[in-house]
Ligand binder design. Structure first.
Ligand code: NAG
Ligand code: NAG
Ligand code: NAG
Ligand code: NAG
Ligand code: NAG
Ligand code: NAG
Ligand code: NAG
Ligand code: NAG
Length: 605
């Protein structure tokens, strides 16, 4: 019954063709034969491939396994038109034999990979035609399981397992790194494969374990694996999802940084030091070597120095906690000190000297500049003889250009005090109808001025602005007869009285210049003369003071009130009668009076 040849209608077939077919069969078994490829689970359709003879009695299907008796599975009678399936448990309820003797086997299994033979039997002949059945099952998409949480450089560790489940025929697994096949390397890339066959289904599950020793460069490497398998139409490949592994490697370098928004540091700033290591995972703890601390300080990667002073300038270091791998940085804390002497509110008398100094000390060279009443000064102030115009608000300021926000300033508010000084002038109007009498007053605080004539108070008519301790009070008069006008200027320091004889309006007289600045100009030319007069006067004053002191001593028991006040009151009373404010009979000594007057003129200048 078993014939190795195909389509054997022997008397008709020419012998050379048969030989050719036979040789083909030997060389490429399975390929020369009729082959049916079926996907696992599908229905296997096996056409009979023999032309149905007219005198056909019946058809049969059997399968053959090497070294075993053939097993009949289906029968169909051509005459009775009945079908019969043999009692083979494997094919129970799976077979269907059609009228044209095509056999369908549902739900293809791996066990169906056999040689099936269609037999057509006539009265005097038996025709046989074998068909090889091949079953294919695509494995699952491979997956990398049992993944390592992290890998470590210099350590061979299981990276993961690649599994492709339930394939047929058996597939092959291949590992890839960044799309390149990973070849085994002794001690660095170790791949071990394992195949499991499911007894019931006959399907293969292939597993490949990759042990891998990474380098730092593998940090972002993408690992994948593929399964290669034969499908009905040839070799196919399925790729797994890619996986990136956390590669641990030791720190090889530490770095210390100063975190700051500004690139310079000044006193009072907070400094944040940051230490970092280039390992993975990065080190969490460091030792900081801080200026002024004898022991290194254990800290997380940030260390804050608050409100630093100039002595914080220096080298700062950090290291790993085992004191290996160190880095250092240098910090310069800029500072700027300014000292103004004197400063604050300073009250001085006119003519006094006032040395002023503004000194700085700084981490960089800085220059000072001066402001007086909000105006920049060209030179720094210093006073050998204070004038009223020297009064004001002085600011000595400095800054460090390179250091943002580092500036200092101090203020000197200078007050120049002086007793009232009076100069009187008179001027007749061009039409000769009135005279303008000016009382030019210098002094600080601003003296109050009062005019009197013959003991009665005259309202002033005009007052110029008070500038640099000086102003003029003016009155206009048209006297019928000669009068003596008295100007009284008084501030907290002293009360000063000056009189001027003005002749009747009818009598022409010499007009003195009445400009407020007139006196000042003269003063400049007279400095030396004044100095000499000053010395003489000084000596005389000393004598006077001695005299007055003696006199006061003598008078003390009788008179409690201040003498000068009494004198002033008497002067006002006497003014209409006397031309000179200095005449004071109570003083008695005429010589001393003269000297007093001289002194008065001097200070008027
Ligand atoms: C045999 O019959 C089946 C259905 O009865 C049909 O699908 C198939 O094409 C036929 N085969 C041949 C070779 O005629
Ligand atoms: C699997 O690998 C073996 C050995 O390298 C090879 O002979 C075989 O053809 C491969 N099979 C597939 C399906 O790639
Ligand atoms: C420095 O830090 C302290 C708190 O630690 C804070 O009060 C202070 O304002 C900070 N100084 C500066 C200049 O930022
Ligand atoms: C700097 O000096 C201050 C006192 O002026 C002192 O308290 C501080 O500890 C010093 N800091 C350093 C780092 O030497
Ligand atoms: C600051 O000092 C440097 C040299 O130390 C000098 O070149 C520069 O001119 C100085 N600047 C001022 C403003 O004095
Ligand atoms: C001077 O002014 C006062 C008030 O300020 C006034 O009472 C007086 O009459 C005035 N005298 C003259 C002479 O104008
Ligand atoms: C007034 O003064 C003038 C000089 O200024 C003098 O010549 C005249 O005699 C005086 N008249 C009286 C009444 O004193
Ligand atoms: C003013 O005139 C009187 C006489 O009327 C005279 O005694 C006095 O010295 C004169 N004063 C001045 C400052 O000229």
């Amino acid at each position: 019954m078993e014939t190795p040849s195909a389509a054997c209608r022997c008397p008709l077939q020419p012998p050379p063709l048969l030989l050719l077919l036979l040789s083909a069969l030997y060389l490429r078994p399975g390929l020369g034969l009729n082959t049916v490829n079926t996907v696992y689970g599908d229905t296997i359709i096996l056409p009979c491939r023999i032309e149905v003879p007219d005198d056909l009695m019946f058809g049969k299907w059997k399968y053959e396994i090497a070294n075993k008796a053939p097993v009949f599975i289906a029968f169909r009678s051509a005459t009775k038109k009945n079908i019969q399936y043999d009692d083979v448990p494997e094919y129970k309820d799976r077979l269907s034999l059609s009228e044209n003797y095509t056999l369908s086997i549902s739900n293809a299994r791996i066990g169906d990979e056999k040689r099936f033979v269609c037999m057509l039997v006539t009265e005097d002949n038996v025709f046989e035609e074998p068909t090889i059945v091949k079953v294919f099952k695509q494995p699952s998409q491979p997956g990398i399981v049992s993944q390592a949480n992290f890998l470590e450089t210099e350590q061979l560790k299981t990276l993961g397992e690649c599994i492709a489940k339930d394939g047929y025929p058996e597939g092959n697994l291949t590992w890839y790194k960044n799309g390149i096949v990973l070849q085994p390397v002794e001690g660095a890339v170790v791949i071990s494969e394992q195949t499991n066959v499911d007894k019931a289904s006959g399907l293969y599950t292939v597993t490949s374990v990759l042990e891998y020793k990474p380098t730092k460069e593998d940090t972002n490497a993408q690992f994948t694996c593929t399964v290669s398998y034969y499908g009905p139409s040839g070799l196919e490949t399925i790729r797994s999802e890619s996986t990136v592994f956390n590669i641990h490697y030791p720190t090889e370098k530490v770095k210390i940084e100063v975190l700051s928004q500004k690139n310079t540091i000044k006193e009072g700033d907070n400094i944040t030091l940051k230490c970092s290591g280039n390992g993975n995972p990065p080190p969490q703890e460091f030792l900081f070597y801080i200026q002024g601390e004898s022991e290194p300080i254990r800290s997380s990667s940030l260390y804050v120095l608050t409100d630093v002073r100039r002595n914080a300038t220096g080298e700062y270091r950090c290291s790993l906690t085992d004191e290996s791998l160190m880095d250092s940085t240098t910090i310069t804390v800029h500072y700027l000190d300014l000292s103004l002497t004197p400063s604050g509110e300073v009250v001085k008398r006119i003519g006094e000297a006032l040395p002023v100094s503004c000194t700085i000390s700084s981490s960089r060279n800085a220059t000072v500049f001066w402001m007086k009443d909000n105006t920049r000064m060209r030179t720094s102030p210093s006073f050998s003889s204070l004038q009223y115009q020297d009064a004001g608000k002085y600011i000595c300021a400095t800054n460090l250009q390179e250091v943002e926000g580092l500036k200092k300033k101090q203020t000197l508010t200078l007050i120049v005090e002086g007793k009232p000084q009076i100069k009187m002038t008179k001027k007749t109007s061009s039409d000769g109808t009135f005279k303008t009498i000016s009382c030019i007053v210098e002094g600080f605080p601003k003296p109050a001025v009062q005019w009197t004539s013959s003991g009665s108070i005259i309202n002033q008519t005009e007052e110029t602005r008070y500038i640099d301790g000086k102003f003029a009070s003016k009155i206009r008069i048209a006297p019928e007869e000669n009068v003596t006008l008295t100007c009284v200027a008084e501030n907290s320091l002293e009360r000063t009285v000056t009189s001027l004889n003005v002749s009747a309006i009818s009598i022409p007289e010499y007009d003195e210049p009445d400009e407020i600045n007139g006196g000042g100009k003269r003063e400049n030319g007279n400095d030396q003369a004044k100095l000499i007069v000053g010395i003489v006067v000084g000596l005389l004053l000393a004598a006077l003071v001695a005299g007055v002191a003696y006199w006061l001593y003598m008078k003390k028991s009788k008179d409690v009130h201040g003498e000068s006040e009494k004198e002033a009151a008497q002067n006002i009373q006497r003014l209409p009668r006397t031309a000179s404010k200095h005449v004071d009979k109570d003083l008695g000594n005429i010589e001393e009076n003269k000297k007093l007057e001289e002194n008065n003129h001097k200070s008027e200048a």
